[in-house]
Design a protein around this ligand. Structure first.
Ligand code: ZN
Ligand code: ZN
Ligand code: FE
Length: 755
């Protein structure tokens, strides 16, 4: 049997089934999965096969079963035999799993030998991916190798009927990892350490907490001064902070939680869920998320989280342990060094983290789970392609929200969220992560795939690997291929790819594109009319610059005679300089970006003029459009929209219309909402035109703009109404975190075409 069958209690499960049915034989792990030899009367054998399917352990996942008949040996008894590790590895490593109910019960039972023990785990729960160095998944290949099991733990580990049979991280207070509280003066361990950390949190101190995939910074979510201090020290001005609450009922006091959202919150992956704030609900400190309409909540997933929160806090801020933009810290000395200016005290432990892994972030849109950040709980689960790649491929992703991907046959392993590579520490993590993934999967890449952008560090790194051929892949083509691949679609599709930034085949910056194609190739069918990006990358951080660019695009030189309320920090000279810059295209590369359009309109409507974090202006525009009282969706139809079809899509009329209505006193929320709908209809109209030309009815949606739930849901619904077969992301992010998957399938298709 192949699939996720190791480290999930599969062999003891097989053992119990075989024993109960009185069958003989053996079960063992090998690097291809699990091998079972089973002997007995035919009817008992078919019962055994049915049981394997029906009652497999909750974390197991059987992807393939092969069966051969053997002559009966007459042996009696059933055994679990030693692992064979010589065949090439095809086994899957499990993601880290939230602590299970059985372990929680034991941890809360004063009579249990693991009472209050923060590292309790079993075959159904606990760390996996973050503690493994290489396959097969055996204790000697994990960071638990440093801990010698005590006789009691060893007995459980070797007893096939025990819940901890071959649970590699098995441990207890006598033999396992321990907590150490560090505040620069004293060191405390165990229960005292937890009590001291709770006391410090109650006093408004900032605690650095070593977790599963790295450090968190924790602070009392009701102490505004403490949260502000955390923001100052962490250099994180405005981006909302994640919260942890003890259970779903507590989360409901603060936010709206649908039954589907509750299911995802309590799922073993325990992601941060982006939830709508409850209007007259309980409040956290204002500085947790300022005026954001949403809050990010997760539930405890390690035993330590439960111990820390229980009966003391109904909400803690729990944000990644780093300075703004850097990767999360994982080692004790690293945290003490990097976070010394941020945390007041450190709650450390001595089980090493081998793979850095942030919390995953999920938002439900159009009734689907959408991943904004894919990391802990999801990695290293593969995405399955409809056919195997011809050879192992390593794709290096993009630049922001970077991830890498490695293919092994039909499986593509997308790495955890790495971060923004322009940060040197993140680039080091990129290299570390790439090497780790290849080692773990025992894959030696034979082909590299990278973005076309010559300045991306991931591209430069790929081009420096001289031993292996490299394929450069257009960014938005990769977006299209990514959404098609995760949905197992191989037919041609109309990709409506709405994104921030991507290097185009013509050297301009793309981002508002209709691409018709598949993994093998694409045609650029339509795009937003190009507009200069005044000051290049500066215009991304300063949406007011885009506001000027769109104003100039809509009104030409006449824009100077207009009011610029969104940029009133600029004097007359500065305005004239900017307009000259735009007219002569000085430091102003052309862009068709849809993300910039959202930014620019947020500025023009006076909603947000600067981005202190990615997509801040676009998020503010979405909030304005969905604010209470923004009215029901006005029906808007493609027929009202001029200029849809093939080629550049003009939208100067839209900017003029918004500005005119604004000067007549129209409500900002209505303008924001209409803008969303009209942009959607502009692309829907063009997709309809593409369909009539090509007879393709599949519409594939990808790109960062679809993180906007209001826009995504409207687009999704309207495309269905137009009769399209709509393909959207569910397994990988719609932002650049999903790019590497698309790069793998395109590189594979190209290498086949040339073979
Ligand atoms: Zn457990
Ligand atoms: Zn022990
Ligand atoms: Fe992108």
């Amino acid at each position: 049997m192949r699939g996720l069958v190791q480290g999930v209690g599969f062999r003891p499960f097989v053992y119990r089934q075989a024993r109960e049915l009185g069958l003989s034989g053996f079960v063992r792990n090998d690097s291809g999965g699990v091998v079972i030899e089973i002997e007995g009367p035919p009817d008992q054998l078919s019962r055994f096969r049915r049981c394997l399917k029906a009652h497999a352990p909750r974390l197991a996942r059987i992807d393939a079963t092969a069966q051969v008949d053997l002559p009966a040996s007459g042996d009696l008894g059933f055994v679990i035999s030693a692992s064979h590790g010589d065949a090439p590895s095809a086994t899957l490593i499990s993601p880290d799993i939230a602590v299970c109910d059985d372990c929680l019960r034991e941890m809360q039972d004063p009579a249990d030998r693991r009472f209050g023990y923060p590292f309790i785990n079993c075959t159904n729960c606990g760390p996996r991916y973050t503690i493994v160095w290489r396959t097969p998944y055996d204790r000697s290949h994990t960071s638990m190798r440093d801990f010698v099991m005590c006789p009691e733990c060893a007995r459980e580990y070797h007893d096939p009927l025990d819940r901890r049979f071959h649970a590699q991280p098995v441990a207890c207070p006598a033999c396992g990892p321990r907590l150490i509280l560090h505040d620069g003066r004293v060191e405390l361990t165990g229960v005292d350490a937890i009590a001291a950390a709770q006391a410090a949190l109650r006093e408004g101190q900032i605690v650095a907490l070593r977790g599963l995939g790295g450090f968190h910074l924790a602070v009392d979510a009701h102490n505004d001064a403490a949260v502000r201090r955390l923001r100052e020290r962490k250099l994180r001005a405005e981006k909302p902070l994640a919260l942890m609450a003890p259970d779903v009922e507590v989360v409901r006091r603060y936010a709206m939680v649908s039954s589907f959202e509750a299911q995802l919150l309590t799922d073993v992956t325990r992601p941060i869920m982006i939830l709508q704030r409850r209007e007259r609900g309980a409040r956290v400190a204002p500085s947790v998320a300022f005026d954001h309409a949403c809050l990010g909540f997760m539930l405890p997933y390690t035993p330590l989280h439960h111990l820390l929160l229980r009966d003391v806090f109904d909400a803690l801020v729990l944000t990644s342990g780093n300075l703004c933009e850097e990767p999360i810290a994982i080692a004790n000395d690293e945290a003490l060094r990097r976070l010394s200016g941020v945390a007041d005290l450190f709650l450390l432990h001595d089980r090493e983290i081998l793979a850095r892994c942030d919390d995953s972030v999920v938002r439900v849109s159009a009734g689907r789970r959408r991943l904004l950040r894919r990391a802990r709980g999801f990695v290293p689960r593969p995405v399955y392609l409809s056919h195997p790649t011809a050879r192992p491929i390593l794709a290096t992703g993009a630049e922001l929200k970077s991830t890498v991907a490695v293919s092994r046959q039909a499986e593509v392993f997308l790495s955890q969220h790495i971060g923004d590579l322009d940060n040197p520490a993140a680039f080091a993590f990129f290299q570390e992560c790439t090497a780790h993934l290849c080692r773990l999967l025992e894959v030696e890449p034979e082909l590299l795939a990278c973005d076309l952008h010559p300045e991306y560090l991931s591209t430069k790194w790929a081009l420096n690997q001289t031993r292996i051929p490299v394929v450069g892949i257009q960014h938005h083509h990769a977006h299209l291929a990514s959404v098609l691949a995760e949905s197992n679609r191989s037919e041609r599709a109309i990709g409506i790819i709405l994104d921030g930034t991507g290097y185009g085949t013509d050297g301009t910056i793309w981002g508002g594109e209709i691409l018709v194609g598949d993994a093998a190739d694409f045609e650029r069918f339509a795009w937003l009319e190009p507009v200069p990006l005044p000051g290049g990358a500066m215009a991304i951080r300063q949406p007011w610059r885009m506001g000027v660019a769109y104003l100039h695009y809509a009104f030409g030189e006449r824009c100077l005679s207009q009011a610029w309320p969104f940029a009133d920090h600029l004097g007359t000279n500065e305005r004239e300089t900017l307009v000259t810059m735009l007219e002569r295209r000085l430091h102003s590369p052309l862009t068709t970006s849809c993300g910039r359009l959202f930014d620019g309109v947020a500025a023009l409507l006076g909603i947000c003029g600067r981005n202190t974090f990615e997509a801040q202006a676009a998020i503010a525009l979405e909030m304005a459009a969905t604010i209470r009282g923004a009215g029901h969706h006005r029906r808007c139809s493609a027929a009202e929209i001029p200029g849809t079809g093939r080629g550049p899509l003009a939208f100067a009329w839209l900017i003029r219309d918004l500005m005119e209505r604004r000067s007549q006193g129209a409500a900002i929320k209505e303008l924001a909402r209409d803008f969303h709908l009209i942009v959607a209809e502009l692309f829907i109209g063009s997709a309809v035109a593409a369909r009539s030309e090509t007879a393709i009815n599949v519409a594939a949606l990808s790109g960062g703009v679809y993180q906007n739930r209001f826009f995504f849901e409207y687009m999704h619904r309207r495309l269905l109404e137009e009769g399209f077969d709509v393909v959207t992301h569910g397994l990988v992010p719609t932002n650049d975190g999903g790019i590497a998957l698309g790069q793998v399938v395109i590189a594979d298709a190209r290498s086949r075409a040339h073979a």
